[in-house]
Design a protein around this ligand. Structure first.
Ligand SMILES: C[S@@+](CC[C@H](N)C(=O)[O-])C[C@H]1O[C@@H](n2cnc3c(N)ncnc32)[C@H](O)[C@@H]1O
Length: 259
């Protein structure tokens, strides 16, 4: 592990405690199911951008019967956790976890049937380059199906959003729905669709804050340390106004590479 890992072991442990074993984003298997609703995964080869600690890669093979998942991520602790999870599930022949450096994907063109990502592209500032690379590595007719955290507009963040981003300190690079759509369409994707998930996560994140800061606070502090949990409560508190206003707007994003 390097000193610069944003998702270090204490964050992995906390986020998995909040969101489920192997999940570093909200919604668990149900939300993955909504991202993939109607996408044919059986027998397909999948690229998972920002695979985190690997529950989703396992799910894509186990539940969706993907032939093979290649998970890429930029940090060692999550890659190691994902490899351990795939091995424990006996899925190493169908899951490959590759640590990459940010930038072009280390894969040939026309390689994957589906490019998937769950709440990770927020860490990739250049959405146009990400879309172009996803398009390049997809086979003709292949699908891009992702969830990501967006900002509702192209202006400077409001003071509330600026405060939230400062508290998160996870180097978020949020784009607006219109920037995302343009990046996807300029890359060549057709049938580009964006679905705003703010109403869902506004409710869920408020419940998460109540869980962390309510009667169970001492239990969370006991498991993860008082200082750590108090800081997470500050982050979740800062998130609420931008969730309520809709400025913080997680989306599902879809597009198809023409045949
Ligand atoms: C919020 S977590 C989501 C992980 C996983 N998709 C999930 O839902 O459990 C974001 C992940 O993106 C990874 N990440 C950050 N920058 C990245 C990049 N340039 N390329 C790929 N992954 C990246 C982080 O290391 C982290 O594991």
């Amino acid at each position: 592990m390097s000193d610069e890992d944003l998702y270090d072991q204490s964050h992995i442990d906390f986020l998995e405690d909040l969101w489920g074993e192997g999940f570093l984003s909200p919604g668990g298997a149900d939300e993955v199911g909504r991202v993939l609703d109607g996408v044919d995964m059986a027998g397909k080869t999948i690229l998972d951008i920002g695979c985190g600690s690997g529950a989703i890669a396992c799910l894509l093979v186990d539940r969706y019967d993907a032939a093979h998942v290649t998970g890429i991520d930029v940090e060692d602790p999550v890659c190691n956790a994902a490899r351990t999870r795939a091995a424990a599930a006996g899925l190493t022949d169908r899951i490959t976890i590759t640590k990459v450096t940010p930038g072009p994907f280390p894969f040939d063109a026309d390689r994957f049937d589906v490019v998937f990502s769950k709440d990770s592209i927020i860490h990739i500032p250049d959405k146009a380059a990400m879309a172009a690379e996803s398009f390049r590595v997809l086979k003709p007719g292949g699908m891009f199906a992702a969830s990501d955290w967006l900002i509702s507009h192209d202006d400077a963040p409001t003071p509330e959003m600026a405060h939230y981003l400062k508290m998160e300190a996870l180097e978020f690079a949020m784009a607006s729905p219109s920037k995302y759509r343009a990046a996807m369409e300029d890359a060549g994707f057709e049938a580009v669709e964006l679905v705003n998930r703010n109403p869902w996560y506004a409710e869920v994140s408020a419940a998460e804050l109540a869980e962390l800061s309510g009667p169970n606070r001492a239990k969370w502090q006991g498991r993860h340390g008082a200082e750590f949990i108090d800081h997470q409560i500050e982050i979740w508190t800062a998130m609420q106004p931008v969730m309520t206003s809709g400025e913080h707007c997680p989306h599902h994003i879809r597009g198809r590479k023409p045949t």
